[in-house]
Ligand binder design. Structure first.
Ligand SMILES: NC(=O)c1ccc[n+]([C@@H]2O[C@H](COP(=O)([O-])OP(=O)(O)OC[C@H]3O[C@@H](n4cnc5c(N)ncnc54)[C@H](OP(=O)(O)O)[C@@H]3O)[C@@H](O)[C@H]2O)c1
Length: 338
């Protein structure tokens, strides 16, 4: 494994982060693995040198944080490991699953001061730790002044509950505004951007990625394989009889990708991967690592998938190969900001 600094910070993170959304309870989303099935995967990731783990309070209604904390205590040294979690969405298996979410009760979501103070303590309790390494806002909250959010985030840092703060999918102007508000007031600024970026979805290359690179903000994209689509085992009939549980039941994947141009991207990826003797997944991760990404946040439901991810760190691509993989990409509607 290779390690790098998270943006401009002194924090060392592995070039592969493990996404903990896959671990929790299938009551939330049917493809999610329970504790016993999850444990060997997290153990293997640690053995491969992964020290960076990304969860969120809302994943599996809080159960993903519970498992993340438990596995970190079982397999890691707390001072070595980087635990990232998120705040914004309401927490409960009834929210964010496959069925339509109910309306959250007042102050059960968002980025207001009261909710952030509540949510950080709830995450700490579920994780079973006394600090969070990277506390991320999962989305932009249009109902709360950004000054209130940034001051509250600064306060949880100064209270010792959080070491660094990060943001996730939003418009570039919103991110720039938040950083400026923090700068103007001497408050803690975001050190990372967790956005939606992969070979099948490159809209972030327009504004957000250049902004982050200019400002030294770490890029830690989510769904680096387009929810498994780029692994090359997806087909149009997945909703009826997909190759895996996730292929069949992850309706977000089917609505985000699965366009003709996306399938052509996968064909190019598979052809080059075969020529290089690696899996399509390894090559898709390597492409991101050659595009200025600090660490893709990988999802893994089977042990060999972790080996494929780790192999990407050592795979060197020529500028021509990087360019060839991106040829023929067709713009997508913006996905994942709300
Ligand atoms: N900030 C946000 O809004 C946001 C949004 C989404 C995700 N995330 C974060 O990003 C993490 C990763 O998201 P994701 O799970 O959607 O990522 P992903 O890496 O795009 O997709 C993971 C899926 O790809 C398939 N896969 C992985 N490696 C493979 C391989 N070598 N060969 C074949 N198939 C392979 C697996 O599908 P099968 O299970 O079908 O085999 C796996 O479940 C999450 O855990 C979470 O931490 C954040």
């Amino acid at each position: 494994m290779q390690y790098t600094r998270l943006g401009n910070t002194g924090l060392s993170v592995s070039r592969i982060a493990l996404g903990m959304m896959t671990y929790g309870t299938p009551e939330w989303r049917p493809w999610v693995l329970q504790e016993e099935a999850s444990r060997p995967l997290v153990k293997r990731a640690v053995e491969l040198g992964v020290n960076f783990f990304d969860t969120a309070d809302m994943y599996s209604g809080g159960e993903s944080e519970v498992l993340t904390g438990r596995f970190m205590r079982e397999f890691c040294r707390r001072e070595e490991v980087v635990i990232a979690t998120k705040v914004f969405y309401p927490v409960g298996v009834e929210f964010g699953g496959v069925a339509p979410s109910p309306q959250p009760a007042p102050n059960r979501a968002g980025l207001g001061r009261k909710y952030i103070f509540h949510a950080v303590d709830a995450s700490l309790a579920r994780l079973g730790t006394d600090y969070i390494d990277l506390y991320q806002i999962h989305r932009w909250d249009p109902a709360t002044p950004i000054e209130e959010t940034m001051e509250a985030l600064h306060d949880v840092v100064k209270a010792g509950k959080v070491r660094y703060i990060g943001a996730s999918s939003m418009w570039a102007w919103q991110f720039a505004k938040a950083q400026q508000v923090a700068r103007d007031n001497g408050w803690t600024r975001f050190v990372s951007m967790q956005n939606h970026y992969n070979l099948a979805y490159r809209e972030e290359e327009r504004e957000m990625i250049p902004l982050c690179r200019d400002q030294g903000v770490a890029l830690i994209p989510w769904s680096p394989l387009a929810r498994g689509f780029l692994a090359g085992n997806r087909s149009r009939g997945d909703a009826e009889a997909g190759a895996t549980s996730r292929a069949q039941t992850d309706n977000l994947a089917q609505s985000f990708y699965y366009r003709d141009s996306d399938f052509r991207t996968v064909e190019r990826l598979k052809a080059m991967a075969a020529g290089r003797g690696v899996s399509a997944a390894t090559l898709a991760y390597a492409w991101l690592l050659h595009r200025g990404v600090t660490a893709p946040i990988v999802g893994a439901s089977k042990l060999p998938q972790l080996d494929d991810a780790a192999a990407a760190v050592a795979l060197s691509l020529s500028p021509e190969e990087v360019a060839a993989l991106g040829e023929g990409y067709e713009p997508h509607p913006v996905i994942g900001h709300n």
